[in-house]
Design a protein around this ligand. Structure first.
Ligand SMILES: *Cc1c(COP(=O)(O)O)cnc(C)c1O
Length: 316
């Protein structure tokens, strides 16, 4: 329960992949044209504003290389997601980190920084919190960043009306939205993510990317996953139910938790190591807050019912 993966893979994904075995001697479609069109339709945007990557991690490396390399600058929250900071560090960018306020982004403090890329993670990893839509709108308008990138890896798990996508703001320019198919869509092992961005940003990233980074099976699987609405509905309901269950288990055991809009929960524990070893005795591996820049906490992915029973055993 350390990597925020989904609960299950859709059977229609497995079927779709097996029909694609006959063409594995061919290179994949470099721009994932079919998937790109499907994503354009899903979000009601021109497909030229969509770029598919080998996980959203690849797109974060491309963004850092194109917009922040060799003396550029990147802004993100502290604690934040490694993918917003690490690729930029490798590219030679300066990193500016603004501490969270009340477990969520301090957008007012962030808007002052004139940087090449500003990352907003909504819902945030590792806290699971969302930013208020009016504050995000204000940030996208006023930020002094050259490009604002909103990472919405967990947005499909949000049930608070505040968890609203920034995709409609992409048409205003200067704003890009990252999505992954690793979490809600259950394809972490196949590596598919995408960026919704102004078409000039997409063109820039296309010029520096590896043409065949998204393999054929991944493209086919992503198309099938997007279409299996029944499965997606079930995964969402099951995840939200088990998120409540997980939270209750920790609260009953005397731990405070941060209300989460994602498929994980941040549990506060003064004795972080103690909680981790308590969980481990029941076979549960969670993510130490110290690894995530937030000591005194443990991040636990929402598990299956079997996983909930294991957590329950650990906490008695
Ligand atoms: C898990 C996660 C991703 C997904 O990365 P992929 O490379 O698409 O698997 C992106 N952003 C955040 C904040 C995440 O937690």
């Amino acid at each position: 329960m350390a990597s925020n993966e989904s609960l299950e893979t859709s059977p229609s994904v497995v079927r779709a992949i097996s029909t694609a075995f006959g063409t594995l001697h061919r290179y994949p479609d470099p721009l994932a044209t079919t998937l790109r069109r499907q994503l354009g339709e899903l979000h009601g945007i021109d497909e030229r504003c969509v770029l598919v990557g080998s996980g959203s991690d690849e797109l974060m490396f491309l963004l850092a290389t194109a917009y922040a390399s060799a003396g550029g600058s990147v802004l993100c929250a502290d604690p934040g997601y490694w993918g917003h900071e690490f690729p930029a560090r490798i590219a030679g960018a300066d990193i500016v980190k603004v501490p969270l306020a009340g477990w969520t982004h301090d957008l007012q403090a962030m808007e002052e920084h004139a940087v090449d890329i500003a990352f907003v993670c909504n819902p945030h990893n590792p806290t699971g919190t969302v930013v208020e839509p009016h504050l995000l709108d204000r940030f996208m308008e006023r930020s002094r960043a050259r490009l604002v990138v909103v990472d919405e890896a967990y947005i499909d798990f949000a049930d608070d009306p505040s968890g609203r996508t920034a995709i409609p703001s992409v048409s205003k320019g200067r704003v890009a939205v990252l999505r992954t198919m690793s979490k809600f869509y259950g394809l972490a092992g196949l590596r598919v993510g995408y960026l919704v961005a102004p078409s000039d940003v997409v063109v820039t990233l296309v010029t520096i990317r590896q043409p065949f980074s998204v393999n054929h099976l991944a493209q086919v699987a992503a198309g099938a996953a997007l279409n299996d609405h029944q499965h997606l509905r079930r995964v969402r309901e099951r995840t939200l139910t088990n998120r409540d269950g997980l939270r209750e288990l920790f609260e009953t055991a005397g731990y405070d938790t941060i209300p989460s809009q994602a498929n994980f929960i941040l549990v506060l524990a003064d004795d972080e190591a103690g909680l981790l070893s308590r969980l481990e005795t029941a076979g549960v591996v969670a993510r130490p807050g110290s690894d995530l820049g937030i000591p005194g906490a443990v991040r636990v992915t929402v598990p299956t019912e079997e996983g909930l029973a294991m957590v329950a055993r650990a906490l008695v």
